[in-house]
Design a protein around this ligand. Structure first.
Ligand SMILES: Cc1ncc(C[n+]2csc(CCOP(=O)(O)OP(=O)(O)O)c2C)c(N)n1
Ligand code: SF4
Ligand SMILES: [Mg+2]
Length: 346
């Protein structure tokens, strides 16, 4: 009898299969945009060959903040207090700069209770990938408006939002984050390319991902529903990404495409779709976002990128070895060193 052999599982450059990047089974609602984002995170980390144990997953409180439990079981994780993930992330990165920090937050977690912490994280350029899974509501507490809800957006109960939204991308660009973009949980191709580029960046990456809440905010009158986003999405560029371990063999026309060399030698390629948009111009990025709001669009793409600004780690001039693993004799130099310092101060 002929035997049939199953083909070996596909592996990445570390020899790991995609299963090594998975997490627990989701407890979020079926169809929730947050589940699709977890899938894209799994694929991006697998395809980039990131060692799972090198990642620190961080989050606050909300359905979105639960989602790190559904990817990367083998990573470090800290589910912090509501809106306080940025300070926990800052501590973790400063203690061990060899970790790759991946923060997942919600629009409520970041733009309401956590806005103070969000603001200070953005201005420091701490190396972190900060994702806001943006559904315009507090999903976990049954669908109240969050601060990213658009004026005129309607709840299922008929309540209409009259307060202007906070655009977290506009805020992040003006405060100093060095990689800022918006995507949609339903746009597999664009979100995957952005996540891979985010992994190659050293500095604060802020990605606002519109992620519909099918239970509380996916109806007629909502501006964060699948239907509304599909009908009103304006894409700034066609985003593609060539990792440093792959040969670049595609020619590009500098007139229509911006090529950004990332910190690790990867290439981010942005093919202009509409206007002559320069993603390295901060003032223009803020203006473009404001104008697109006025037109009622959901603008997606990479709004701003700067690969030259020093990160928070560079500014602090930290030793290269992670503080967490420095030996005792370097952490506690001893009485003689203290006396030397005191002598210098006399
Ligand atoms: C200090 C504190 N205040 C309020 C709450 C209640 N609460 C839990 S989650 C949440 C909002 C979550 O909204 P968002 O971050 O948008 O996440 P989503 O559930 O929409 O993904 C609130 C207000 C809390 N857990 N802790
Ligand atoms: S309540 Fe909304 S945000 Fe929360 S899991 Fe369900 S669909 Fe997702
Ligand atoms: Mg929300």
């Amino acid at each position: 009898m002929a035997t049939t052999s199953t083909p070996p599982p596909k592996t990445n450059r570390l020899g790991l299969s995609v299963i090594d990047y998975r997490g627990g089974k989701t407890t979020l609602c079926a169809g929730c945009g947050h589940n699709a984002i977890s899938e894209r995170i799994i694929d991006a980390l697998y395809e980039m060959g990131v060692q799972p144990e090198r990642v620190a997953k961080l989050s606050g409180i909300g359905c979105s903040s639960k989602s790190p439990a559904y990817f990367l079981n083998r990573a470090h994780a800290f589910n912090a207090v509501h809106g306080r993930m940025p300070s926990v992330a800052t501590g973790a990165v400063l203690a061990n700069q060899s970790l790759m920090a991946l923060g997942v937050s919600g629009d409520g977690d970041s733009a309401s209770i956590g806005v103070g912490q969000f603001v200070h994280l953005m201005r420091r350029n701490l190396p972190i990938i900060y994702i806001i899974e943006d559904n315009g509501v507090y999903g976990l507490t049954k669908g109240q408006f969050s601060a990213t809800a658009d004026v005129g957006s309607k709840l299922k109960t008929g309540v209409i939002n009259e307060l202007p939204p906070i655009d977290t991308c506009e805020l992040a660009v003006s405060l100093g984050a060095t990689f800022v973009g918006r995507s949609f949980s339903g746009d597999k191709r664009q979100l995957s390319a952005m996540l891979k580029a985010a992994i190659a960046h050293r500095g604060t990456v802020m990605l606002d991902v519109v992620s519909p809440c099918v239970t509380f905010n996916d109806h007629e009158g909502s501006t964060k529903s699948y239907k509304y986003v599909k009908e009103h999405e304006e894409t700034l560029q066609d985003v593609s990404f060539v990792p440093h371990f792959e040969e670049i063999d595609v020619e590009y026309d500098p007139g229509t495409t911006t090529d950004v060399t990332m910190h690790d030698g990867s290439h981010l390629r942005l093919r202009k779709l509409h206007e002559d948009y320069d993603p390295t111009n901060r003032v223009n990025a803020v203006r473009t976002l404001t104008e697109s709001h006025e037109r009622g669009e959901v603008l997606t793409g990479i709004f701003y990128i700067d690969t030259s600004k020093p990160s928070f780690i560079d500014l602090l001039n930290l030793v290269e070895q992670p503080l967490a693993t420095l030996p005792q004799d370097r952490v506690r130099p001893g009485r003689e060193v203290l006396e030397e310092v005191m002598e210098e101060l006399r």
